[in-house]
Design a protein around this ligand. Structure first.
Ligand code: MG
Ligand code: MG
Ligand code: MG
Length: 308
């Protein structure tokens, strides 16, 4: 039998990569033949962790064969998953997002919890097996993902479960959360050698409601104005991606991880949806969103509610 493939979403973030590696460990501890893979480039934040641990990234895949057994972590929407996911056999899902456009023909394991991070769910699963022990490597993977997804506990997505898990994992890993966490987040804000095209694809997710297709990309920075120096080229790259992908709307969130605000660049034929959602007028295709850092909680659901 072929290995079960475990992967997170396209344009993988730290949680997608760390969750797939941790899920691989849990699966193999349970005697499953499973292998972590990834659906896109490793971002700099995730690379920091891989370097810290001295491990390689999971291998890259772009599509799956019909009937391939898969485990999804950190996503469930097919628009964010591997090509040909419709024809794969989904054995299990572990996720912390809304459930949408998801359908299987056979029964499956499905764990969804509204936590700040998929790795927090995996941490609880790990602990639920009395015969498994969390080793330092897995502790660092999970701790890193929690720090990343919750922006060091500052995101409104962060729950007490995430905080508790991180504290216990930090003990196992013998790591100071704040020192390590700031280094980790800082590694992800180095956007200097990305082209505008690469920048808007570091962390980009597509959403579909009826026939309305929109994209929300996000980058973290310690200084929004640094990113905006390239504003015109970034806008051009977004405009091109709108035509290439037939998007109604495309939003880039430039998130200031120090002050917890975001600058949005908003383009497309249906920017009025964005304006209505936030009761805001775009100026120069931009809007400042005070206190907004979470795509999942503070952007995507609000927009989805305004699309019929
Ligand atoms: Mg993710
Ligand atoms: Mg996540
Ligand atoms: Mg994220």
């Amino acid at each position: 039998m072929d290995d079960i493939l475990i992967f997170g979403h396209k344009n993988p973030d730290t949680d997608s990569i760390c969750s797939s590696l941790v899920a691989e460990k849990i699966a193999s501890n349970n005697g499953w033949k499973a292998k972590a893979v990834r659906l896109g480039n490793i971002n700099k934040e995730t690379q920091f962790i891989l370097n810290y641990l001295g491990i390689d990234a999971p291998p890259l895949i772009s599509k799956v064969e019909d009937g391939q057994s898969v485990i999804l972590v950190d996503h469930n929407e097919f628009s964010q998953s591997v090509d040909n996911i419709e024809n794969a056999k989904i054995e299990a899902v572990t996720d912390h997002h809304r459930i949408a456009n998801f359908q299987t023909s056979e029964p499956l394991y499905y764990t969804a919890k509204p936590y700040g991070c998929t790795c927090t769910i995996l941490y609880e699963e790990f602990k639920s097996y009395s015969y498994m022990k969390i080793e330092k490597k897995e502790a660092i993977l999970m701790l890193s993902a929690i720090i990343s997804d919750t922006l060091l506990f500052k995101s409104p997505t962060c729950t007490k479960h995430d905080k508790t898990a991180a504290e216990e994992l930090a003990k196992i890993a013998n790591i100071d959360i704040n020192t390590y966490g700031l280094d980790l987040l800082k590694a992800g804000t180095d956007l200097s050698d990305f082209s505008p095209y690469e920048l808007i694809n570091i962390d980009s997710k597509d959403f579909v409601k009826n026939t309305f297709k929109f994209r929300i990309a996000q980058v973290n920075t310690a200084c929004i104005n640094d990113v905006l120096k390239n504003k015109d080229d970034i806008k051009l790259a977004i405009s091109r991606s709108i035509s290439a992908n037939n998007l109604n709307l495309s939003i880039l969130l430039i998130t200031d991880i120090i002050n917890s605000d975001s600058q949005a660049i908003v383009l497309g034929n249906d920017t009025s949806v964005f304006e209505q959602t936030y009761n805001i007028k775009l100026i120069d295709d931009m809007a400042f969103l005070k206190g907004v850092v979470s795509r999942k909680k503070q952007v995507a659901p609000l927009l989805l509610n305004n699309i019929d």
